[in-house]
Design a protein around this ligand. Structure first.
Ligand code: ZN
Ligand code: FE
Length: 255
């Protein structure tokens, strides 16, 4: 199986998965042309579209793709996604024959209320919930919901490759560094990120293990992040309050 991040729009990634027989799926096609070009260049046949949430930068290319490819559209139940043909629910398993992959649906409310992730084949396709060194903004859900969603993703195997929906890593890293300036794993990751971006390369996918070591939003239970929350925001004992303080600080961070 091959995994290709297709840069789209300003800073989105459309995730393309394909086998050696030319069968492909795409996740969160925010635009049509980028996908059509990738399919043509690689001589691939589109077999399915998967969507994580309803935002236009994740679904904007679906109608254009459907005009040329008669494929199923897997998406969470949400009337704001009109192209859905295969509504998915928490705990569902999607089994595709070509490419041969089995993905588990995980409901992860927070960024939006109907947001889902797809996990399988060593991958986590998580839209705007988990980014490298950051997490999505809370447009619809509560901090408690988002934290519970991240907690679920954090239980996946550490070698799982995290495929988030945006190239936000460098900016996220500037905030993460202010929270944990002494985190050696974070410092190493920031070096790697700077190097990748200097060469115009994606910082994703990244292993979940790396994120658990570096991403402050997955580290609200660590002593370092708890200390920062206490010092900066006076919140200590309650992990949801720590998460809310972190997310609120990131919302207004200018670095
Ligand atoms: Zn979004
Ligand atoms: Fe997005």
């Amino acid at each position: 199986m091959h995994l290709v991040p297709l840069p789209a729009l300003t800073d989105n990634y459309i995730w393309l998965l394909h086998d050696d027989e030319g069968n492909a799926i795409v996740v969160d096609p925010g635009e049509t042309a980028v996908v059509e070009q990738a399919l043509a260049v690689r001589k691939l046949q589109l077999r399915a579209i998967l969507l994580t949430h309803h935002h236009p930068d994740h679904i904007g290319g679906v109608a254009g793709l459907l005009a040329r490819h008669a494929v199923p559209v897997y998406a969470p139940v949400d009337e704001r996604i009109v192209e859905t043909t295969m509504p998915v629910h928490d705990g569902d398993a999607i089994k595709l024959a070509a490419p041969d992959i089995r993905l588990e649906v995980i409901a992860i409310p927070g960024h939006t209320l109907s947001h889902v992730a797809y996990a399988g084949g060593g991958l986590l396709l998580c839209g705007d919930t988990l980014f490298s060194l950051g997490c999505g903004r809370l447009f619809e859900g509560t901090p408690a919901q988002m934290l519970a969603s991240l907690d679920r993703l954090a239980t996946l195997p550490k070698q799982t490759m995290v495929c988030g929906g945006h190239e936000y890593t460098a900016a996220n890293g500037r905030f993460a560094r202010t929270v944990e300036p002494d985190n050696a794993a974070l410092q190493a990751r920031l070096k790697e990120v700077a190097e990748l971006r200097a060469h115009g390369r994606p910082t994703l996918p990244v292993s979940l293990g790396s994120e658990l070591a570096c991403n402050p939003f997955l580290r609200v239970d660590s002593a370092e992040v708890a200390d920062w929350c206490q010092r900066q925001h006076g919140v200590g004992r309650n992990r949801v309050a720590r998460f809310a303080a972190l997310r609120g600080a990131k919302d207004v961070f200018r670095g």
